[in-house]
Design a binder for this molecule. Structure first.
Ligand code: S3P
Length: 167
């Protein structure tokens, strides 16, 4: 089973990926971390200093292409993958299912406003909200399953995913 978690910054993709992977005995592919490792940088801020957002987007496409044949994994994507359709096209090859973790902007912004090293694109509330509004229809469009992830423990979100995906 290949499950691809999508959602805006702060939606809980990494935490959900870990618990889902435990439950299903799969491993997690954490896209952001692999991009950082391959570039030998410690955080997104350093990556953006090195090559701007474009470098991140190129790596996301490259990894998605590398991972297109993987059959069993939980893939936790970066919040920006929906801006390049090819990324989810690659990742979904061979039957991968996309799960969008949906939460309203005010919930996400509360969670992430302190972390700018990992999220250089979260510069201020206004630009982040614009980004959220721009991307929301894209997350929905590419989602096989939409989970309302606000005010729910990770374990409950994982239950819902397993139930909806009919494992
Ligand atoms: C980004 C989200 C981040 C990271 C980078 C860009 C985005 O990942 O990939 O800072 O464009 O929304 P998370 O969604 O895991 O925070």
């Amino acid at each position: 089973m290949k499950i691809i978690l999508t959602g805006f910054m702060g939606s809980g993709k990494s935490a959900v990926a870990m618990e889902l992977a435990n439950r299903l005995n799969h491993h997690v592919l954490e896209m952001d971390n692999v991009v950082l490792e391959r570039n030998r940088v410690k955080d997104m801020r350093e990556l953006f200093d090195k090559g701007d957002e474009v470098l991140l987007r190129q790596w996301e496409i490259r990894l998605a292409e590398e991972w297109r044949d993987i059959e069993h994994a939980i893939i936790s994507t970066g919040g920006g993958v929906v801006i390049n359709k090819i990324i989810l096209d690659y990742l979904k090859e061979g039957g991968g299912k996309t799960v969008f973790l949906h939460a309203p902007f005010h919930v996400l912004s509360e969670r992430i406003k302190k972390d700018t090293t990992q999220r250089p694109l979260f510069q201020n509330l206004k630009t982040a909200e614009d980004l959220y509004n721009f991307r929301l229809p894209l997350y929905k469009k590419y989602a096989d399953i939409i989970i309302h992830a606000e005010q729910k423990p990770v374990s409950k979100i994982v239950e819902e995913i397993i139930e909806q995906i009919k494992l």
